[in-house]
Design a protein around this ligand. Structure first.
Ligand code: PBG
Length: 327
């Protein structure tokens, strides 16, 4: 049927009708909030390039976790800034490492808040790369051992889920084996499966002090030009035992999210990364966009594209706004 018999505007005529036929909903259960744990006491440093986001010392994490849980946000993902860095990423898998301490503090204060850990070496390496280096080369297989050790130490400290973000080949299998060997066969893996070498990570590297000292990450993270390769990467992670798959960044990669949704019947996460957050904040501070409306539109769009879960720095604001809207 065509116009004038069929009129799509009929179902847009009132709020009630729009609510009834809405295809996609965003709820607080979809959100995962990223946090940065740092050494020291009483620290809450605002990250210059990410207004409203902080590096927080372990003693301040309990209060922060309570506030997050009170907003109804089900999960956080932890990143750590160690006291010292070396070329073996010792801080990543130390029993008293910064993330291990942060996990214990949060689980003690708010046991029901799901704690996911980012498993990567870049924050702990003096050279800032996500693997062990030899000369200018980032080595794959020796890095797997450190990643597996790191994931197991997170589980040991009480992490509910681990999320490898390094993009080494074979890391999901290596981590699954280490977790199972140590008795953590019920700890799920959320794999950063299609993670692109992206300029959208710029502000994060200030937040996590993890910029590479030489070169870039293009020999391990994906080429932004490739979509088919993303499906191969995801399928490898699924075969290796990933429980949740992820596409990262989110906004410039919605085609990848949509393709992953139709090809894989696994829970799918999208990482709405630092640069995406900072651009919204900067434009909003200038009064050029309506922060609340644009943020909710972005998050809803990611759900519509096919994401089940969204990792986002907007999580706390979005949770407040959803509550105001009664969602
Ligand atoms: C660690 C890691 C990065 C991000 C998440 N985990 C940075 C990178 O790969 O350089 C980016 C997150 C963001 O930009 O919000 N490898």
């Amino acid at each position: 049927m065509y116009f004038p018999e069929y009129r799509p505007r009929r179902l847009r005529a009132s709020g009630v009708l729009r609510d009834m036929v809405r295809e996609t909903t965003l709820t607080v259960n979809d959100l995962i909030y990223p946090m940065f744990a740092i050494y020291g006491n009483g620290v809450k440093n605002e990250i210059t390039s990410m207004p409203g986001q902080y590096q927080i010392s372990v003693d301040n994490l309990a209060g922060e976790a309570e506030a997050i849980a009170k907003l109804g946000i089900p999960a956080v993902i932890l990143f750590g800034l160690p006291e010292t860095k070396d070329d073996a990423a010792s801080g990543a898998h130390a029993e008293d490492g910064i993330v291990q301490q942060a996990i214990r503090a949060i689980k003690k204060a708010v046991p029901e808040l799901l704690v996911i850990t980012d498993v990567c070496l870049c924050e702990y390496m003096s050279h800032g790369h996500c693997g062990v280096i030899r000369g200018n080369e980032i080595l794959n297989d020796v890095s797997l051992e450190l990643l597996a050790k790191t994931a197991a130490s997170h589980a040991e400290a009480g992490a509910d889920m681990v999320a490898p973000s390094d993009m080494m080949d074979g890391r999901v299998a290596a981590i699954r084996a280490a977790l199972d060997r140590d008795g953590y066969d019920n700890t799920p893996i959320m794999a950063y499966s299609a993670k692109y070498a992206s300029s959208f990570y710029g502000p994060f590297r200030e937040a996590a002090d993890s910029a590479p000292a030489f070169g870039d990450r293009r020999s391990y993270q994906m080429d932004p030009a490739n979509a088919l390769e993303a499906m191969r990467e995801i399928s490898l992670d699924v075969d290796e035992g990933a429980d949740i798959i992820m596409v990262k960044p989110a906004l410039s990669y919605m085609d990848i999210i949509a393709a992953a949704r139709s090809e894989f019947d696994y829970p799918l996460a999208a990482y709405n990364v630092s640069g995406e957050y900072s651009m919204v904040k900067a434009a909003a501070q200038k009064g050029w966009v309506d922060e609340r409306k644009i943020t909710m539109e972005i998050l809803l769009s990611l759900k519509r594209a096919g994401a089940d879960l969204i990792l986002t720095y907007h999580a706390k604001d979005a949770a407040k706004w959803l509550r105001e809207e009664g969602v």
